[in-house]
Design a protein around this ligand. Structure first.
Ligand code: ZN
Length: 452
């Protein structure tokens, strides 16, 4: 075993946990155990948490008192998991507009602020506490371990870059990240050209990460480059794809290029890992100790039928998210996995679909990066879609919310130019709605421009 990995796994990570009084490892140990509970026992665990969450939300969040009253429901009316669908759903838009009423009035600990750029085009601010951060990260550790990864193993990432949105990390933050993630090589999905892909290929061979974490489209683009150039691919032990829809074609291309299995993952900023594949690849196991995941078709919960994925965070007491509409489309599978885990299985059928946009310089910019970073925190954006039909011009179609102002427009234009170039012509087109396609896919970015 890699001695550095051993040092992190056995000494540094446990020491960090003790120093920070973190519950991350104890949650991870708990999830390693509960994943093999029977399906019924896991449902019982979910029900206990849901009942506590609902009563807590009713007692401490004005938003839920109001919406439950409007629906004529009291917490006691929900007597089992089968009753949950009677509760109203909550949309990103409602959360944006009722943020203060969603934060529990009895929260004692400092809250962590987080934001989603809106993979489905709608940004949102939300909060959770330190304990929820630990259980979120512990779930990610558990799901990562299904790929053969363990704490301390070298990871390479092909992901977005926040660019100018964040301060450069301090030395302490860099050491912490190295202990917690050990990301040894990173490829910036917001600025892709042949030269950068060649440099990344060289760095992969230098640092030899055993695992890759990537946006599916960006890794597929890199795989095509490796094949086209006749390069000798780096062979990791496994690859995790997340952040956007993984097509069968991309999976086949990535697996044949890099000679290892792809583990598909469905996650979101709001909930961390929602579901991911185990080594049997028979669907994605739901992170069920932390989340209650429903698929709703025509207003009723369904199994084995495609519908909208609705998620309840069972452990976020600071800002309860109960029946949150993801606008992603999926299906809950009635089958059990041969791995023996009692966690239910699901598949993702539609959701975020992005084209690469082309910057003035000719670099490709991952649509998911724009989705994550260009619109995060811009006030008053309800929904956005980027359309590029000319090399030097991009149209941002924006559905405005009440907080939209001239400042929002200025901030959005500046952000887009950070990624696409200062001389890019950007048109803002205000629209009433940006519909989902019939397939359930949401096209965050559309490009008819062929990148050179
Ligand atoms: Zn399994």
């Amino acid at each position: 075993m890699d001695p550095t990995a051993l040092l992190i796994n056995k000494v540094l990570f446990p020491a960090w946990v003790v120093k920070n009084a973190s519950t991350r490892l104890s949650y991870a140990t708990e999830f390693e155990r509960t994943q093999f509970w029977s399906a019924d026992a896991i449902r019982e665990l979910q029900w206990r948490q849901f009942r506590r969450l609902l009563q807590h939300a009713f007692d401490h969040c004005a938003f839920y008192r109001r919406t439950l009253a409007a629906a004529g429901i009291e917490p006691g009316d929900i007597r089992s998991l089968d009753d949950i669908h009677r509760l109203p759903t909550v949309t990103k838009q409602e959360i944006q507009e009722s943020l203060d009423d969603l934060i529990a009035d009895n929260v004692a600990t400092p809250l962590l602020k987080d934001m989603t750029g809106g993979s489905t085009g709608s940004p949102m601010v939300f909060y959770y506490d330190e304990d929820r951060l630990d259980s979120r990260n512990a779930a990610a550790i558990r799901h990562n371990r299904w790929t053969g990864w363990d704490i301390g193993d070298k990871m390479g990432v092909l992901w977005g870059s926040p660019r100018d949105l964040a301060e450069p990390p301090s030395m302490t933050a860099r050491v912490r990240d190295w202990i917690l993630d050990r990301c040894v090589v990173a490829f910036d999905a917001s600025s892709i050209d042949d030269e950068r892909m060649r440099a990344f290929h060289t760095r992969l061979h230098t640092h030899r990460p055993q695992f890759l974490l990537a946006y599916a489209n960006t890794l597929a683009l890199f795989a095509r480059f490796v094949q086209r150039e006749g390069l000798r691919p780096h062979r990791p032990r496994a690859i995790i794809c997340s952040g956007e829809v993984l097509t069968d074609e991309s999976r086949a291309l990535i697996e044949s290029t890099f000679g290892c299995r792809v583990f598909n993952r469905y996650g979101s900023r709001e909930f961390s890992v929602i579901a991911s594949e185990c080594s049997h690849h028979e669907g994605m196991h739901v992170n069920a100790e932390n989340l209650w995941v429903e698929v709703v078709t025509g207003g009723t919960p369904s199994v084995d039928t495609e519908g909208e994925i609705i998620v309840t965070d069972l452990k976020n007491l600071a800002m309860p998210l109960i029946r949150y509409r993801t606008r992603d489309v999926g299906v809950l599978k009635p089958s059990r996995c041969a791995c023996g885990r009692g966690l239910p299985l699901m598949d993702l059928k539609g959701g975020r679909v992005t084209d690469f946009l082309v910057a003035i310089t000719g670099e490709k910019v991952s649509g998911i990066v724009l989705a994550t970073y260009a619109i995060t925190g811009v006030p008053g954006i309800r929904q956005v879609q980027f359309v590029q039909s000319r090399r030097d011009c991009v149209t941002a179609r924006v559905v405005r919310g009440s907080a939209w102002s001239d400042d929002s427009a200025r901030t959005l234009l500046a952000r887009i130019r950070t990624f696409l170039g200062a001389s890019m012509t950007i048109q803002l087109a205000f629209v009433e709605d940006i519909p989902f396609e019939a397939s359930g896919k949401y096209r965050f970015s559309i490009s008819t421009v062929a990148a050179s």
